[in-house]
Write a protein that binds this ligand. Structure first.
Ligand SMILES: [Zn+2]
Length: 171
């Protein structure tokens, strides 16, 4: 994949995808391309198949786009002791950071019961906080999807208002 350009106007949206018609009035939908959203959703759907969730039976997949063009996927991984459980989004972030990648542009998330996708699956508060550590809340896009044709796009700032991040500690 090409290096990801920090330009959310290109390429043009694929025909037949009226994102705002699905109730999303966020201005973010105009700043990341439909093509990129679809690619990330496709990868998130594949990642969901790797989900290990024998307790909740709630399977989640995520695909994280780094600014260098890499796409890092993740799934939720549960544990018999429950608290060691990790979300799909954080799995993707921690995989990336452990490989030396720290700059990100967007993440797509899909999830549902028993490896299905029936509705939108928004990231939990803990994952939003992890995003806040590595991403510009005004420029990082969170894509929640039911399919490649049905998705919503938000900035991190929209789903984590007044988030606490490195800047609060002068970093
Ligand atoms: Zn989470």
């Amino acid at each position: 994949m090409e290096e990801y350009k920090d330009n959310f106007d290109l390429p043009a949206k694929a025909p037949g995808t009226a994102l705002k018609g699905q109730g999303n009035t966020s201005p973010a939908v105009d700043r990341i391309s439909d093509l990129m959203c679809r690619e990330l959703i496709n990868r998130a759907i594949k990642a969901q198949k790797m989900s290990y969730a024998p307790y909740s039976h709630w399977n989640v997949g995520a695909a994280l786009l780094a600014k260098n063009g890499n796409i890092i996927t993740g799934c939720n991984i549960e544990n018999a002791a429950y608290t060691p459980t990790n979300c799909a989004e954080r799995t993707a972030f921690f995989k990336a950071v452990s490989e030396g990648i720290r700059e990100f542009a967007a993440i797509a998330i899909v999830g549902g019961p028993d490896y299905t996708i029936k509705d939108y699956c928004a990231p939990c508060g803990v994952c939003r906080q992890v995003m806040m550590e590595f991403c510009d809340p005004k420029k990082f896009y969170v894509i929640i999807a039911k399919s490649e044709d049905a998705y919503l796009v938000y900035t991190l700032e929209e789903i984590l208002p007044m988030g606490f991040g490195p800047k609060n500690l002068g970093k």
